[in-house]
Ligand binder design. Sequence first.
Ligand SMILES: [Zn+2]
Length: 358
Amino acid sequence: MDELEKPTPPPEEVIVPEETSEIISVNQEITEPEKTSEKISINEFCLNCGTKLQDQFCHHCGQKDIPQRQTLGELWTNFISSFWSYEGKFFQTTKHLITKPGFLAVEYNKGKRESYYHPARMYVFISFVFFLLFFSLPDENDTNDPDFKPNGVSLSQSNTPDMDSSSIAKGKKEKKRYFRLSNLPYKTVREYDSLQESKPESERDGWITRTLTKKSVELNQRYSNAPEKFSEDFGQAFTDNFSKVLFWLLPVFALLLKLLYMRKDLFVSEHLVFSIYYYNFFYLAGSVLMLVNLVSWLAWLAAAIGIWIFFYLLFAMKRAYSENWGKTIFKFTAFTLLFSLMLVLGLTVNALAILLML
Ligand SMILES: [Zn+2]
């Protein structure tokens, strides 16, 4: 019993000096090329640029030394391994992007680039996924909303007092087959005009209502026989314009940061790198949010992602610009207000431009 009750002495702390691990990694770096040097005898010269090979990868252009003619098996192996190293880097970068706000921008601006997926390439890929999901996933309001109205854009509800609930229900059923931008009772612009003219001057629609009504009647006519054409065109126009607004606001994002961190000795380009990484995160989180929104019992997760998207920038600013929390919170608030203003402005200008061009 005594033996058992005796407290076992704490194991001596094994202090591994940091140097040891560094030595190990240095050793690995030394031994690795030796291992691979056995493999490099495939070609004497790089097949891509003709430089004499010293390693598995060309020191001049970076191409891997692989046989000129590949069997199906070699082709497959090289395809998988290049895919894997590429995708591995992508997933590693994505992990950092989600969990460490601002970290990748700091790394990039420190010059550490090859270890991570390039921010611009990531931007192209992630924004593509985002917009793909954005336009292919069913709109929640279309399926779940009990107050569902068959018109996507109801420009003039007041003009349709004769629309009762049964016709709305009918519209809902027919939604898939017939395109209706709005519940307007007019089939043509002429019909609307003559109806307006029959009314006394004081009861006629104002200029804005008239213009909008005519535009939507025109659209109804144009797409009534080809509803899929409308969603295609609209999707295209919206993608173009939404991404256009966001694209134009990217430098604004960076310039606002430059303004807020005027005293820091940083180039606009360095703020821009930070901005691109933020955009990457935003599109990525937005994509995940859209998928999570499809599952009703994951509402808590959607809320959590929403909160993370909002506060991500605060933590990113804290890490990348390393000022105290007071200053960072102040600048975060100022930035959020200013950028929201720019966003509203940009979207308004664009919406007006679209309306005028229709
Ligand atoms: Zn080469």
